[in-house]
Design a protein around this ligand. Structure first.
Ligand code: FES
Length: 175
């Protein structure tokens, strides 16, 4: 099937991989209509590619026959769909009320000083991207952040120092 589509911006949809199509087809069996699968399809594409490029967005739009603007709306609303390349490890940093009260701002500054990144930025070695998120649901252990699949709770300045030093050790052993 030719899934190529060109829009006015000149962007061309890429072909979805067989693995992506297979997973999207599976999701289609679980939902009553194609529109409901939009978010799941974007998550699948992100899992395979690390982020969702314009070309991937177009491919999903075409494949599911969902208007591009509608799909973009879904991606914007669900802030864990990354529309730009991200590092190997995404730090989802809670800056909601409980974490704020418990000093997340100090932790953010520590990340900034040790990893050299602020919100929306990626370390030069492509290892970490820092993204602010609303409540991660672990308020009684605030401040918290999710790195990859691991939740880091009761963060202190020392937690960030040890994250930073384990990264330096990994970098050295990879040299
Ligand atoms: S406010 Fe940070 S986990 Fe709830």
């Amino acid at each position: 099937m030719n899934r190529e589509v060109i829009v006015s911006s000149g962007k061309i949809a890429r072909d979805l991989s067989d693995a992506e199509v297979k997973e999207i087809e599976h999701e289609l069996t679980l939902y009553p209509d194609k529109k409901a699968v939009g978010l799941e399809a974007l998550k699948i594409v992100q899992r395979h590619n690390g982020w969702v490029s314009d070309e991937s967005m177009l491919a999903v739009s075409k494949y599911l026959d969902i208007a591009l603007s509608e799909l973009e709306g879904v991606a914007t609303f669900f802030n864990l769909i990354y529309r730009r390349p991200v590092g190997k490890n995404v730090i989802l940093f809670c800056d909601s009320v409980s974490c704020w009260i418990m000093g997340c701002e100090k932790i953010r500054k520590e990340i900034n000083s040790h990893l050299g990144i602020d919100y929306g930025e990626t370390t030069e070695d492509g290892e970490y991207t820092l993204i602010p998120v609303p409540c991660l649901g672990d308020c009684d252990k605030a401040p918290v952040m999710l790195v990859g699949e691991k939740m880091h709770r009761n963060l202190t300045v020392d937690s960030i120092k040890s994250l930073s030093s384990s990264r330096e050790t990994q970098n050295k052993s990879g040299e």
